[in-house]
Design a protein around this ligand. Sequence first.
Ligand code: NOJ
Length: 479
Amino acid sequence: MPWWEQAVVYQIYPRSFQDSDGDGVGDLRGITQRLDHLVWLGVDAFWLSPFYPSPLADFGYDVSDYTSVDPQFGSLDDFDELVAAAHERGLRILLDLILCHTSIGHPWFREHPDWYIWSPVDGPPNNWVSSFGGPAWSRDEETGRWYLHSFYPEQPDLDWRNPEVVEAFQGVVRFWIDRGADGFRLDAIDRLIKDDQLRDDPPATDTFPLPLREDAAKLQRLYSGNRPEAFDALASIRAAAGDALLVGEVFQPTSEYPRYLEVLDLVFAFEFLFSPWKAKRLRAAVGPAAELGRVAWVMSNHDFERLATRVGPENLRAAAMLLLALPGAAFVYQGDEIGLANGPGADPPFDRAGRDPMRHPMQWDATPTGGFTSGEPWLPPVDPGERNVEAQRDDPGSLMSLYRLLIEGRKLLGDGFRLLEGLEGLVSFARREHIVAINATAGSQAAPVTGPPELTTHPDPLADGLLAPHAGVVTRESG
Ligand code: NOJ
C-alpha cells in the first residue's frame, strides 16, 4: 500500500505557522522548530503552501522563481534542514506546485513571452473570466498585447502546449524531489490547459456545486479550463515525479475527478469541503467521492472559511471524527486542531479576494502573540488566551487531544466503506466491523449501533439507542 493511502496530511501556511527571526512572518526555520507538534498529533506528512520568491500579489501563489526560497522564509539550506528534521521524525513533506501561472514578475514573462497565452487581437478575444472576478485578459503595458490570467492580473497563465514549459516544470519537479520532497499539491490544475481556439465559454445551464464569483457562475467552464487535453500535460508531470505523491486541486464537481485520477494519486474532495453541516448534504457529498476511492478528504484550507466558522464550534468534535474516520487520505489545515475560527483580517486587506481572515497565525501559547513571533505579527493572532496548543496538549478533553486520538484510532478501522442511508440527522457508515455515526443536528438521534463505543467525541454520547446532539461515535459491531 502506498504510504499516502490512509495518510493524514497537515497543511502548513508558512507565513502564519512560526516565526523564528522576529520579523512577524513565519519561516522555514520556525516550521522545523515546531515539527514535534505534528509528531504529537500523529500525522504522516505536511503540505507547505508556497515559500518561493514572490512579489506576493497572491501571497506566494505568484511565483517568480520556482527553485529557490523567498528570503522572508529563509534559504535553501533552511529547506534542507527542514527536510532532514522531518524525515528523521518519519514525516513526509509535500510542496505546492503552481503550474497554471507564474508571477508577472517572473523573468520568464519577458524572456520567454511565447511560454504564455496571448490574445490574437487587440483586446480580450473571448468572454473568459478570472476566478477572482472580472475579465481573464489584461493588457501588458510594455508590449500593448493582451495576456490571459485565470486568477489575478499579476498571474499570467502559462501555455502548457509549449514543450519548453513542460520541460521547465519537469526540471522544477526533479529539483525538489532531489532535495527530498515526497510529493506535490498541484495548484489549480483544472486551469492548466485551455481551448486552443479560445472559444467563448457558453452560458451556464446548471448550478455549479462549488462556490463561484457572480460573473464566473454565469458561464460554463467548457473552454477556459477543465479540458480533456490536460491529460498529456499531467502525464509529463507524473513522468518527472515518478512515484512521488501528486494531489490535485481540481475545482470541479466530484463527477469530473476520474479523468484527473488517471494520472494523479488524489484529488481534494471539494463538494465535501463546501457541504453545509447537514446530514443529507454531507451524505450526498461523501457517497460519490468515497466511491472514487482516491479523494483527499478536506474540510478547510487557506482559501475558504475556517472550519470553526463554517460548521460552528459546537460541531467541531463531530467534524473532526467525520474527517478522520472516512476511508483514505485526510488533510487538516493548521489551527483546525485547536478550533481556530476566522479572524478579523486586516484593514486595508492584504488579500484582495478577502482571504486574510483564514490566515491568522497559529496559536502556540496564551501570550499576546500566541508564541508565533517575538516581533509584530503580520496579522494578529485571533484568541491565543482562549485557545492554544500548549493548553490543549495538557487537556485530555481538548479538541486537539481528540484529533490525536482520532488520528491514532483511524488505524483500527478496516478497509471497506458502506454509507448507511436514510438515517435522520446522521452521517453514518460501516468500515468493515466498525460503524461510525455522526450526529449533525442539535437534537438526539436514533443511532444504528449496538456494539461498545471505541471512540467518542464526548463522554458517554449514547443512551437508549440515541446519539447525543453534535456527537459522534465509532463502535465495533459483531456479525
Ligand atoms: C489556489 C490556491 O490555493 C489559492 O490560494 C490561489 O489564490 C489560487 N489557487 C491561484 O494560484
